[in-house]
Design a protein around this ligand. Structure first.
Ligand SMILES: Cc1cc2nc3c(=O)[nH]c(=O)nc-3n(C[C@H](O)[C@H](O)[C@H](O)COP(=O)(O)OP(=O)(O)OC[C@H]3O[C@@H](n4cnc5c(N)ncnc54)[C@H](O)[C@@H]3O)c2cc1C
Length: 452
């Protein structure tokens, strides 16, 4: 979609939406939003809706029964964090721990031949990568060729890269920097009250320079405490529904009138109704949107995670690279120490287009060996993997859709933790018809065509 068309679609949507919102607010004091998905995207959208409007009530729905689990005292060790709530390969519960405003360049702006296209083509013909070592991106072709969603994703990627992508939108800088302002907002007592293990002072790059604005922090600690703090701050304006899986959306007269959910521990089904619906389901966003004819080219891109402990204290995030200087991951120092008093670090990296969550030990070893250059004494604590919800142009999908009361906050990709608050704030502003604090145009879902 070219810039002019995107702008006019957005204008029309805003007009429809404003009429709906004004009518609703004049009829009833409470505007009820159902936020589907309690990861960082859904939680932050909920938070800013409740912050920006006292007339707004939110029902937050997630399939995980332990979503709302909150501990009366703060978590003080990594062992306690791990044993008190499993990560279940949900990226908002365990990820690379890097807050990375320096990671601005989306995939569509990179050349990508060496990193993606060449390994993909060689892999498709059963051949090994040309370069020594292993490619940082891999493709499970036998599964991918049968997956219609992958081809839709690939087609959207090509269109954004070569035809419709706007030059002035080829950057994630604005949303990344805005997110750090949200996290550091001294006047936001609720966010300032969350202890999420913010630790690193910058990221050490391969060339020895330090990206000063970067930091590290634990997304799981942030999400857990955010729910608890919102309950205290907003009382019965927030209803957290844990253990209900959203199955379908229903529309009547062109608007969403409800969502059917199924209890995860029984066969009970419910119809959840409300004035507006936000899809923030990470990789599970696509099927719901697709059924509504709304384009949502978000695909799971698997990454590996390793937690290690070391006697060595580093205060920077470290860039992990192979012998040829090719970067493929990060090591982020955590605020936690292990039970022997050693500093914990979270290593993360690689992109594999494969749908299972089996651990590839070659990937784990590559991360560990690259990290040994900085921390020779490291010991592995645990290893896991999960999928990033990556959009076809590697920029988040935030905003209204062609269905007037259906909104998206998804496709946060490999920066979801680094743009979570900003994404929630932008979407809440759009839903409540307030001017967002940064230009929201680059992130509008209408840049993607539903017909592909
Ligand atoms: C290996 C790896 C490393 C990463 N490292 C970093 C990093 O260092 N820095 C950074 O900024 N970002 C990082 N990310 C990205 C970041 O973690 C994600 O972008 C972010 O967590 C996505 O959040 P989300 O809320 O959109 O989705 P999710 O975290 O997937 O949350 C979706 C929620 O929806 C729920 N759900 C799903 N389906 C249903 C359904 N049908 N009904 C009800 N509920 C449902 C799930 O239970 C979940 O709680 C990393 C990601 C990976 C995979």
């Amino acid at each position: 979609m070219n810039g002019h068309r995107a702008a006019s679609v957005h204008k029309k949507l805003r007009h429809q939406h404003r009429r709906m919102l004004v009518r609703k607010l004049s009829e009833s004091p409470a505007f009820h939003v159902n936020v589907l998905g309690g990861g960082i995207a859904g939680l932050c959208t909920t938070r800013y809706l409740l912050k920006y409007s006292k007339d707004c009530k939110v029902t937050l729905i997630d399939k995980e029964p332990d979503l709302a689990l909150s501990s009366p005292k703060p978590i003080t060790s990594y062992d306690e964090q791990v044993s008190s709530r499993p990560h279940r390969s949900i990226p908002s519960r365990r990820n690379g721990n890097v807050l990375c405003p320096s990671l601005t360049v989306p995939w569509t702006s990179k050349s990508m031949w060496k990193e993606v296209a060449e390994p993909a083509i060689r892999g498709a013909f059963g051949r090994r990568p040309a370069a020594a070592g292993m490619p940082s991106v891999s493709f499970d072709w036998p599964t991918l060729v049968k997956d219609r969603r992958f081809w839709s994703f690939a087609a959207h990627f090509m269109l954004q890269k070569f035809a419709f992508g706007r030059q002035d939108h080829q950057c994630n800088r604005s949303i990344l920097e805005y997110n750090m302002r949200c996290l550091d907002d001294r006047e936001d007592d609720l966010i300032q009250g969350i202890e999420y293990g913010r630790f690193a002072q910058g990221t050490l790059s391969i060339d020895g320079t330090v990206a000063q604005m970067d930091s590290s922090g634990d997304v799981d600690l942030f999400c857990r405490q955010l729910i608890g703090s919102m309950r205290t701050a907003y009382g019965d304006r927030l209803d957290v529904v844990a253990g209900e899986e959203v199955e379908t959306l229903h529309s009547r007269n062109g608007v969403i009138c409800g969502a059917t959910t199924k209890a995860t521990d029984s066969s009970d089904r419910r119809l959840r109704t409300g004035d507006a619906f936000v899809v923030a389901l990470g990789n599970a966003s696509y099927p719901l949107c697709n059924a509504m004819g709304v384009a949502c080219p978000v695909y799971p891109a698997k990454g590996h995670l390793v937690t290690v402990a070391s006697e060595i204290d580093r205060s920077h995030n470290l860039t992990l690279h192979d012998d040829g200087g090719g970067g493929f991951g990060y090591a982020a120092p955590m605020a936690f120490r292990d039970n022997q008093g050693r500093r914990c670090y979270r290593l993360s990296g690689f992109v594999d287009f494969e749908l299972h969550v089996d651990i590839n030990h070659r990937r784990v070893n590559a991360l560990v060996n690259a990290c040994r250059k900085y921390l020779p004494d490291l010991e592995v604590v645990d290893a896991s993997c999960c999928h990033r919800p990556v959009s076809a142009d590697d920029r988040p999908l935030i905003g209204p859709t062609k269905v007037p009361n259906l909104f998206l906050c998804t496709g946060l990709g490999s920066r979801g933790w680094s743009i979570g608050c900003a994404s929630g704030s932008i979407l809440a502003s759009q839903i409540l018809d307030i001017e967002p604090e940064i230009d929201a145009a680059p992130f509008l879902p209408s840049r993607f065509r539903p017909s592909i």
